[in-house]
Each structure stands twice: as structure tokens, then as C-alpha cells.
Design a binder for this molecule. Sequence first.
Ligand code: SAH
Length: 246
Amino acid sequence: MSERFFVSEPITGDHAKLDGPEAHHLLHVMRAAVGTTATLFDNSGAEFTAVVETTRRSEATLRVTERREINRELTFPLAIGIALPKGDRQKWLVEKLTELGVSSLVPLVTERGVAQPTTSAIERLARAVIEAAKQCGRNRLMQIAEPQSLDSFLKSPMAGDIRSPGCRRLIAHPHAPSLATLDIKTPLPTLIAIGPEGGFTDAEVTCALTAGWQQVSLGQSILRVETAAIALAAALAIGGRSAENA
Ligand code: SAH
């Protein structure tokens, strides 16, 4: 796989333009010149081979020579609602969840949450998604949704199919029944909720259970928010994949 670049406009014709951070990466980090071959993706699920045709200081035009449908997504939608940790841990979390194939992340506003998801923080995270997708080969970006209250996340569907009878809704909570008691090999549309460092309140957990969610524990240790999210996402992503290969 040659170096990958993200094009924010859907690639429909035989040319694509890179600007902003992507042009910077191509021209000033990779030092590409006219004739250099690159791989492009545009969040459509396809990837493209393209050759640099013209360059300017902060912009490049590439001629698209091949389009390939390459699906590196999970076989089921996996959405995570999470009370975001602070600072650099947010970016790290977003990077790892993108690599694991999570379809969407919803920043949650919970009773004990500390980091309020600001617009600029969400924009920084969207950039981290692009960087991770470039590196790991995903041709679709993990979506970062608008922040939501826990209550609305618990009750509202992320997508039509998430509400269907054959879907999983798991709230991660220490001292709950172990995840090991669940069948995680069946690839079902899945929603996960992860609480803040202070944990979910009893009222929040009750609200989730009333709304038809299952509480699951990830072991005896109290994990940081991002560790819990990654552990649960990894278990589901790998569990679902093993059914696929069975
Ligand atoms: N003192 C809090 C711990 C919060 S840890 C409490 O007792 O609830 C932050 C979040 O990570 C939790 O709300 C939960 O969603 C998740 N988490 C951490 N450790 C976990 C574990 N062992 N099992 C399940 N979820 C866990």
C-alpha cells in the first residue's frame, strides 16, 4: 500500500485535489513531485490509485488511474457512547477506536463527566480519525457525532438497524456480570456506553437497564475510561470477526 491521503470531496471523476493538511503531508512531508503515485480514499468505501499531476505550495492535483472497492469495515455497526477523558487521552482513544473499526463515537454528557466536549475539541478529534484511517487502511471514517446526554443516547437509535430486535446494547459497569457470559461471536449491530472516571451513577445504570440495556463487567480492575472502551470494542470487533471466519 503506497502512502494514503484523504480527499474530503467525493472522487467522482478522473481527478482529485488535495489541500490543507493532506497537501502538506503529500508535498512537504513525503516530498512528492509530479509523477509520484499515491493512494487516495474519500470515505465512500473505495480507494484510488492516483498520480500527482500538478503541484502548488499548498495544493496538488492528482489524476485518478484506478478505483477499487476495498472493504476493511466490521460486518456490523459498532457505536460507542463515551464520557470523554481529558487532554491527550481523548486523541489516543479516538485513534485506537478508529483502528479497531468502530463506526461511530458519541461524546456523552453524564452526571459525573468532567471533560465537556467543545466544538474545537470535536474538530481535533475528527482530524485524529483521518490520521488513524490513513495509517490503518480504513476507507471509511469513524463518525464523531454531536455530544448527547446519556439519557438520549440510551433511548434514541444511532441508526435504524441499531434499534432492531437483533441488536446489542451494553453499558460497561464494574461489578456487573462478566462480558464472558455473553455471546459476542454473533455479529450484531452494537451500542456500547462507557462512563466517566467517576463512573455512572446508580440512577444512570437503572435508566439504562430500564431502557433494555445489559450491564457488563470487564474484570476485577477498575479501568481508565479509554482502556474500558478499547477493551470492549476489541472484544466485540474480534468476537464478531471470528464468527465471520468460522
Ligand atoms: N469509580 C467508578 C469507576 C469508573 S471507571 C465506578 O466504580 O463506577 C470509568 C468507566 O469505565 C466506568 O463508568 C465503566 O463504564 C468503565 N469501566 C472501568 N472499569 C470497568 C470494569 N472493570 N468493567 C466494566 N466497565 C468498566
